[in-house]
Write a protein that binds this ligand. Structure first.
Ligand SMILES: [Zn+2]
Length: 209
């Protein structure tokens, strides 16, 4: 067994060849280059290169588990994907991009024989150590979509906290609920800041005083 070790560049998959699609005939050579495998399997739609399935056998359960882990560690640069963050989101969260990654799934011959390839036998490198069916195992972990959902949920939570805070600042006289805690208002001394507080009044009611 000679795994492709983690150099970060998946050279076996990165070889580019000329795309013979007649529709591209008038393009520059550089624009016609495609990954060799994409010319053979043009229907591939998942992110990254074609997945690799590793099946281990001929040892006890512990040795086989260790072997799968060893290959995972050695090949992490190939399958892990690129960690990305959105700076303007002000969080430590992020996601992985798999455009240059080789998804790797692994199992033992014994599990494969017992449950078949569509059974829950595949460990996808980069995910938890649960075993998934083939199609589930091919779903990439830590995707942008999952990040966006977490981000949206976090923003909705923040909006809700803000709405609740604003309700506690309702004007004692007219009941007006502000949209922000502090505003700039025009008063006798020109422009001045006005900060609402629980049990206090809005600027208009304050001015009517
Ligand atoms: Zn008021």
């Amino acid at each position: 067994m000679s795994p492709v070790t983690g150099t970060g560049r998946n050279t076996a998959f990165c070889t580019r060849v000329r795309d013979n699609d007649p529709a591209l005939a008038d393009r520059e050579p550089a624009d016609r280059a495609v990954y060799w495998w994409r010319r053979t399997w043009p229907g591939h739609t998942r992110a990254g290169h074609p997945p690799v399935a590793l099946v281990v056998t001929d040892a006890g359960p512990v040795a086989l588990a260790n072997r799968q882990q060893a290959v995972a560690d050695l090949s992490a640069g190939c399958w892990r994907g690129r960690w990305c963050r959105e700076v303007r989101d002000y969080n430590d969260d992020g996601w992985r991009e798999y455009d240059d990654a080789v998804p790797v799934i692994t199992t033992t011959l014994e599990l494969l024989a017992e449950y078949g390839p569509m059974g829950p036998v595949w460990w996808r490198y980069g995910r938890d150590e649960a075993r998934y069916s083939l199609l589930d195992a091919l779903e990439s972990p830590d995707t942008r979509e999952a990040y966006d959902e977490r981000q949206e949920a976090g923003e909705e939570k923040a909006r809700q906290v803000h709405r609740e805070l604003m309700r506690t600042l309702a004007c004692a006289d007219c009941g007006n609920v502000p949209t922000q805690e502090s505003t700039l208002e025009y008063g006798p001394q020109g422009r001045q800041g006005w900060t609402r507080c629980p049990g206090g009044r809005c600027w208009s009611c304050h001015e009517k005083e």
